[in-house]
Write a protein that binds this ligand. Structure first.
Ligand code: FDA
Length: 320
């Protein structure tokens, strides 16, 4: 069931006709406000500053696109990421940028994509200039046939000493082995559930199996060996029970605050994020910005049907 729901929402996310209707409609600004910080780097910088000042929550910024010709999109994504990095530097905030490698054209032309992502990582390194904080280019994980290419890309950039991390998916059967190698390499890894439809040959498909694998991977992540290697994990989920498990394992194995983070998507369970931050957890929100919110929003609804209700409520009742 989850497989078909997610596939349908991803198809809608990719529909050009529905997208151009919606981006031109009056609903657009209200829908976009729910999950998106604003149209540009300045608006996203202001939102990031407010989150830190009011709630003690840090952010990872992600550019959604601004439409335009397909051939120009990789360049537009890279320029927007670098503009965002400058904005964050000027405000003295963490320069933490999230990007899916295909947005930089890595799926079509791996060499050019590597060059684009290297530019973003170099800009982060230069603009952060040794300032305290977590300054990072976090690579998203995409469909199953892209996993090896994205892990290779991460290995190349990390070997160049650039500030880069990579995402692993808790629903993939291979993640335990990938995680072992990344712990040995003292990498920075964001663990998410996995958003793309995938069959039982490569992924755990029932909620019970996925939850069990989340817990196995979290136990592996918060081992004392991982802590001593300098490995830096980010547990990215809206599932409070999985968050509780991670926080308990970290505490039991002597991980200090600041050596790991819990991350959530802006607009999904902000109340929970605030509660966790007030209780002393290091929280980060993944904060999208840009005008092209259509595909991102349908992916969130594909993640969990509850998110459709969150959106509907904000449309009917107003507010963010
Ligand atoms: P999931 O939807 O699996 O729900 C599990 C449980 O959590 C529910 O039963 C409920 O108890 C609780 N819950 C979840 N949502 C709730 C809500 N809205 N209200 C109340 N309770 C709720 N994916 C990917 O494939 N590649 C990537 O690079 C990324 N990147 C990424 C970054 C960050 C920061 C996040 C948070 C997520 C991603 N994702 C991703 C998306 C991810 O794979 C996944 O699709 C979503 O996070 C949904 O899975 P969850 O584990 O959050 O909860």
């Amino acid at each position: 069931m989850a497989y078909y729901w997610r596939s349908a929402m991803i198809a809608l996310a990719g529909s050009h006709r529905a997208r151009s209707w919606a981006l031109g409609s009056t609903l657009s600004s209200r829908l976009a406000r729910r999950y998106v910080a604003g149209p540009d780097a300045a608006a996203a910088g202001t939102r990031t500053e407010t989150l830190l000042k009011d709630d003690g929550i840090r952010a990872s910024l992600c550019f959604l696109g601004a439409g335009g010709a397909v051939a120009d999109r990789p360049r537009a994504h890279v320029e927007a990421a670098i503009a965002m990095a400058r904005e964050l530097a000027q405000r003295g905030l963490d320069i933490h940028i999230s990007m899916d490698p295909s947005w930089a054209g890595h799926d079509v032309d791996p060499i050019a994509g590597l060059g684009h992502l290297r530019r973003v990582a170099q800009a982060i390194a230069t603009l952060s200039g040794g300032r305290p904080g977590t300054h990072l280019l976090m690579l998203g994980m995409e469909e199953a046939d892209r996993t090896d290419a994205i892990l290779d890309l991460h290995r190349v950039l990390a070997a160049e000493g650039l500030p880069v991390g990579v995402t692993l998916q808790a629903y993939r059967r291979r993640s335990e082995a990938d995680l072992r190698r990344l712990i040995e390499a003292a990498a920075k890894v964001r663990l998410v559930r996995g958003a793309y439809p995938a069959g039982a040959d490569i992924a755990f498909t029932t909620q019970a199996e996925i939850q069990a694998n989340w817990r196995r991977l979290i136990d592996q992540i918060f081992s004392s060996t991982a802590r001593d290697s300098g490995f830096r994990p980010i547990i990215a989920t809206h599932d409070h029970a999985i968050q509780d498990h991670a926080l308990a394992r970290a505490l039991a194995n002597g991980w200090a605050r600041g050596e790991y983070e819990i991350e959530m998507l802006f607009g999904i369970r902000d109340g929970l994020a605030g509660e966790r931050a007030r209780a002393g957890a290091c929280m980060r929100l993944y904060v999208p910005f840009g005008e092209d919110w259509w595909s991102y929003t349908w992916r969130r609804i594909g993640d969990n049907p509850r998110n459709a209700w969150i959106l509907l409520r904000s449309l009917v009742m107003g507010g963010r």
